[in-house]
Design a protein around this ligand. Structure first.
Ligand code: GTP
Ligand code: MG
Length: 255
């Protein structure tokens, strides 16, 4: 495995933030506004790509209205099959930045952590993985049953891949563009993309680091993650990445 250290790389110019959103009329405006302000305050040139697929509430109307006020906002209405993974992949297909952060629409992720991600990418890391479970990180109002399942799943992944990362399943992470291109094609149509991305990043030999982040439970809207439906899909993609790690003879590694 490649040494875990940043390398001298081209400075990044533009950050793309991809936000999947389904039925988030109660929070999408605040999420986009806060993020835009935070990035402007820090002088980070950016675009915010919100991918709406299958919303049955007013999410799309909110985005269209917001676009007039926030030039960095680029909403996409995705046709065809829906799903978290498909929506994020569609967002990736439209990015103009040299790096991308995947962020949730429900105000769970902290915009200040996006700035920290950007700074670490600029130091030369290929990817930056936030963790809520290291010193300095934290969660607010995390539902108890979800927390138990989360810790077990992350422990399992840590053992399976033998890596010092304890929050693989959280989607809120940052990648240089070359990592996104290097991890294609994406196989996960649903929430399992959240583990496909970091696992492929690691297995394919990109450099990565961990930084503490905070997460708080949504205050509006409803949760879309159905753990029962997703369990086997998470296992499928984890085993796929595991097979790649041990049996592909490096065919897909970064060159
Ligand atoms: N475009 C799109 N976005 C989705 C889809 N499913 C979920 N999302 C978005 O993905 C993000 C995470 O979904 P959540 O429902 O918050 O899942 P969660 O964080 O596990 O659950 P909570 O505990 O409710 O926060 C949110 O921004 C959702 O709007 C989908 O099918 N399409
Ligand atoms: Mg959420």
């Amino acid at each position: 495995m490649k040494a875990l250290k940043p390398t001298a790389q081209e400075p990044l110019r533009v950050l793309s933030v991809v936000i999947p959103a389904r039925d988030e009329e109660g929070c999408i405006e605040a999420t986009v506004e806060h993020l835009d302000v935070e990035l402007r305050v820090h002088g980070i040139e950016h675009e915010i790509i919100v991918v709406d697929d299958g919303s049955t509430d007013t999410t799309w109307a909110v985005l269209e209205r917001l676009r007039e006020r926030i030039p960095a906002l680029k909403p996409i209405k995705k046709d065809g099959d829906h799903g978290f993974g498909r929506a994020v992949t569609e967002g990736f297909d439209h990015i103009k930045g040299d790096a991308v952060v995947v962020m949730m629409a429900d105000e769970s992720d902290d915009c200040r952590d996006v700035v920290r991600y950007w700074q670490l990418l600029q130091e030369g890391w290929d990817a930056v993985f936030g963790s809520r479970f290291v010193r300095g990180g934290g969660v607010i109002d995390y539902p108890a049953h979800k927390l138990v399942v989360n810790r077990m799943a992350n422990f399992f992944l840590r053992m399976l891949f033998n890596v010092p990362l304890n929050d693989t399943t959280n989607a809120f992470k940052a990648y240089r563009r070359k990592v996104i291109e290097g991890c294609r094609p994406f196989l996960s149509p649903h929430f399992n993309l959240t583990v496909e991305l970091p696992l492929k990043t690691i297995v394919r030999g990109y450099s990565w680091t961990v930084t503490p982040i905070t997460w708080r439970n949504r205050r509006t809207g409803i949760s879309k993650l159905k753990i029962k439906e997703m369990g086997s899909r998470y296992l499928f993609i984890a085993l796929y990445c595991w097979l790649e790690k041990y049996f592909s003879r490096g065919d897909y590694r970064a060159r």
